[in-house]
Ligand binder design. Structure first.
Ligand code: FAD
Length: 492
């Protein structure tokens, strides 16, 4: 026979006495494992999905800095790639589970500390991504039209903190530093005719906010160059993105054939995805386009290019402090094939541009001084998702892996974190013999601090509002870009 014993619970943090709770004296099975997840991007949602599916009683509370969920799926993935955002459907199903709660508009580290969460929960999963970016550390980097690609991406995706980004598009030429998928995303958005970005009749379905579309329609940008330290064989974008650039309406590639002549000798040695990428690159640079492309290129008014073996050393400014160009060091490659490093030569050159976009990687930050955080990589040291030296603490996604990889690899990371949590509960490695207050106690703290916590139902209200505004404008949604307005809509 199991004996039920009453217990008076008092929270060490908020001092609230919670009344009598039943607990089983002969077994710990009645104690609900309380898990919190920090961050509501793919890393957070996939970890939640795994825990809820594979543990029968665990509760998952997800804390998110913004009043809206989904991280970079909403605010990073390019708006002209809506199909990539389909994972939101799976996340929404997870959010509908009984044992899941979304607590939005709560910034961990300022509204509530990690230590407070750790006291209230048996386990905490850090899934808060990489919210900053790397810098070049070169003279001129702080000039007005030198901006991180991360912020431009935030701007055209309606991220509240970048809604009023001060970017001057009244210039003709843009240099993007970096040759990854983010670099190619920003180039494509800047070069796509604005009618294609806004017009549903042309089958485009972007949710770029109206004020951004209006600014893009006044843009005078007609050339974007992507600058890379190494050669074409090292370009980090994928073939899908390159194909889109090759076929971009109103735009033609402006490539320097001698950069590509050696590629055809390299191609047979390469693994398949790289082989296909370089074949397309070599074909575009060296072969005559077919009749259809030739006709399209003949009427194109915008161009894009790739600039290899160059490292920026200074952003040049005119008399009024405006960006006029980029000073580049020419590089040579050293080291074995496949592991070549770029080394500056003494040669320099200058390229004209009026806007410099830094696209050299996102970077994670530390939430708490107790974390084993590596400032060089911007990641938290972990072994199989378990934070080193911190029992009950786990990482998922970019804050553990670094800002690399697509949603699929983040899913693997999220599942790995979820698996570690469940395995540790089941094996007893995680002590769940005493109940924890979970969100009850944290909510009290947040109320005292005047934090306006929002729920997933609140998000649904905002989502419906955005969709109906979008319908009016002939687009999937019109994003609300101010946090105050979001909260107003949710609560009225
Ligand atoms: P994030 O998605 O960044 O989520 C982290 C969440 O944590 C955010 O919601 C953030 O607000 C929250 N947070 C941060 N700090 C706190 C805090 N202190 N307290 C509470 N919450 C906090 N992948 C693809 O598969 N296809 C694509 O086309 C694609 N395009 C991309 C385009 C860009 C510009 C970028 C940057 C990435 C792209 N990716 C794409 C990659 C994909 O977005 C990532 O793999 C994925 O979003 C990483 O997930 P995450 O959960 O680790 O981080």
């Amino acid at each position: 026979m199991m004996l039920l014993r009453g217990r008076v619970m008092s929270c060490g943090m908020c001092g609230v006495v919670r009344g009598v709770r039943a607990s089983l004296s002969t077994s710990t099975t009645s104690i609900t494992p309380q898990v919190c997840i920090i961050g509501s991007g793919p890393a957070g949602f996939y970890a939640a999905q795994h825990i809820l599916k594979n543990h029968k009683t665990a509760r998952v509370d997800m804390y998110e800095r913004l009043p809206v969920p989904f991280g970079l799926v909403r605010y990073g993935v390019a708006p002209d790639h809506p199909e990539v955002k389909n994972c939101i459907n799976t996340f929404t199903q997870t959010a509908a589970k009984d044992r899941f709660t979304f607590l939005g508009n709560v910034a961990v580290g300022s509204d509530v500390t990690l230590a407070q969460l750790r006291e209230a929960y048996h386990a905490a999963v850090l899934a808060y991504g990489a919210a900053k970016d790397r810098t070049l550390d070169i003279p001129g980097e702080s000039l007005p039209n030198v901006i991180s690609a991360r912020r431009l991406v935030g701007w055209y995706n309606g991220l509240p903190e970048d809604a009023n980004l001060d970017v001057d598009l009244g210039i003709e030429s843009v240099a993007v530093i970096g040759q990854g998928n983010v670099a190619i995303d920003v180039a494509r958005i800047l070069l796509t005719p604005v009618d294609l970005l806004r017009s549903v009749s042309l089958c485009s379905k972007t949710d770029i906010p109206e004020p951004v579309l209006s600014r893009l329609s006044e843009s005078r940008v007609h050339h974007v160059s992507l600058v890379g330290r190494r050669g074409p064989q090292h370009a980090a974008f994928t073939i899908k993105e390159l194909r889109e650039m090759v076929n971009l309406p109103g735009c033609r590639p402006h490539l320097h054939p001698p950069d590509y002549t050696h590629l055809r000798d390299l191609i047979p040695e390469l693994p398949r995805p790289r082989k296909r990428l370089l074949e397309l690159l070599a074909k575009t640079a060296l072969d005559k386009p077919d009749a259809k492309l030739s006709a399209a290129y003949a009427s194109a008014t915008r161009t894009w290019g790739l600039c290899f073996l160059r490292s920026p050393v200074e952003v040049m400014a005119g008399p009024a402090g405006e960006v006029t160009g980029l000073k580049l060091a020419l590089n040579r490659l050293e080291g074995e094939m496949g592991q070549e490093r770029a080394v500056h030569t003494s040669e320099m050159e200058t390229t004209e541009c009026g806007l410099v976009l830094r696209s050299i990687g996102y970077k994670g930050v530390s939430l708490d001084p107790s974390l084993p955080f590596d400032p060089r990589t911007g990641t938290i040291a972990n072994e199989d998702s378990r934070v080193k030296g911190h029992q009950g603490l786990y990482v998922s996604g970019w804050i553990g892996t670094g800002p690399v990889g697509v949603i699929l690899s983040t899913m693997t990371s999220g599942f790995s974190a979820g698996k570690a949590v469940v395995a540790d509960i089941d094996s007893g490695r995680l002590d769940v013999s005493h109940s924890r207050d979970g969100q009850e106690c944290i909510r009290d703290l947040l109320v005292k601090k005047g934090v306006d916590v929002v729920s997933f139902d609140d998000w649904n209200i905002l989502e419906r509002h955005e969709e109906s505004e979008g319908m009016r404008l002939g687009k999937p949604r019109e994003k609300v870009t101010s946090i105050t307005s979001m909260l107003d809509i949710m609560h009225h």
